[in-house]
Design a protein around this ligand. Sequence first.
Ligand code: ZN
Ligand code: MN
Length: 478
Amino acid sequence: MVKKYYPTIGLEIHAELKTLTKMFCACLNDPDEEKPNINICPVCMAHPGALPVPNKKAIENVIKVGLSIGENNIADFTEFDRKNYFYPDIPKGYQISQYKFPIVSGGHLADFDVTRVHLEEDTANNKHDRGDFSLIDFNRAGVPLMELVTEPKTFDGADEEAAKSASNFAKELQLILWYLGVSDANMEKGEMRVEANISVSSDPKILGTKVEVKNLNSFKSVERAIKFELDRMVKLHEEGKENDIVQETRGWDDGKQKTFSQRKKESSHDYRYFPDPDLPKMKLHEVFDLAEMKKVLPELPMAKRARYKKDFGIKDEDIEMYINDYILGLFFENVCKNFEFNKEKVKIASNYLTSDLQGLKNKDKFKSGSTWNFTELVNMIYENKISSRVAKDILAMIVIADESPLKIAIEKDLLQKNDEGALKEIAKKIINENPKVVADYKGGKEVALMSLVGTMMKETKGSANPQIAKQILKNLLS
Ligand code: ZN
Ligand code: MN
């Protein structure tokens, strides 16, 4: 009998918050600063006697995240703790974090329950790639860092599903951070960092030994690392070597697509947390109007998906594109308003925005501009004034220059020619100029007719209605 294994996954996600200044000092929080050690001061350099002052905006941002993923989950009382830490990227010897009283407790997102969201300070950047010495850049030291921890979730067997669920959670969190405008959460830049706690058990009621996988800097890595680790653990179980699974921290090697052992995990006991005496205790309900904050939250991805589905009735892939590309979604909505949600036109508009527009270079500028040219283009397509070939050409033109599609079509003589008389004259001319193709067709080669239709489309710059052109040629040659 094949044994069944139950994977359990828990996630810890750090995200740098987008604030003007750092978490406990007035230094700029500028992730784009390239010159090292520019945005620094005695507080974030850990000079003795320097005192931290909490950044209210950073606390507000974490509250917004909490309000977005749950109800009544914002702490009344919160405080900062010292977490012992002995590495040169925090020379204080401790990281300011939160332990017993995080800002957010509880919540739910995608497939996971959320345990907590707390606030801490980011470390400096170590640079080990310069030679036989290391350098430290303190620009990032003390940048507000949000940490979200999920409850472990046990999946019913399928490894693929567990891995997908985890990366999907990270994606949903990134969207929420974007929508709230609290973090750019770019994983490649390390602005959002995912760690996964992974275990496997043959009994869903008993947790197996867990490992923690770090260095996951893309959604693909999250998915692949979890899948790899689950496969590794199941294999050890199958070989009767489950005792070889030890509690440890493992890294993900993106090149080799493998996890590797880094170090044995210290327990939270080793961190010797205690409340930071330099920082005030806070009563959040006294400082923030939480009901009002909840009321003015922007529309979040889940609500937007549901609304798009209901209002526009477009494909899920299209909706997902608008959810991920907020500006494109806004453009699409405004276009639809222009023609009062006519279902056919909505469909045409969405098709061109999610496919043809995507290949065009100037699309970013276009989608943040006026919607009127594109609306006119959709109307022309809907009214059969232009062929789809011409529509694509005109789209490419209006993306570059702010011009009326109708004006372009008239000037360049691109309006669809359904006028049989005019098309017949052009067809006669083409038949005269292409005796060999005509002979091929008369000799039984069906494809030769399509070649003549093609020549006719070229001659009319795509403005001939191809069905009518084909019929006219057929009649003339019969
Ligand atoms: Zn500073
Ligand atoms: Mn942390």
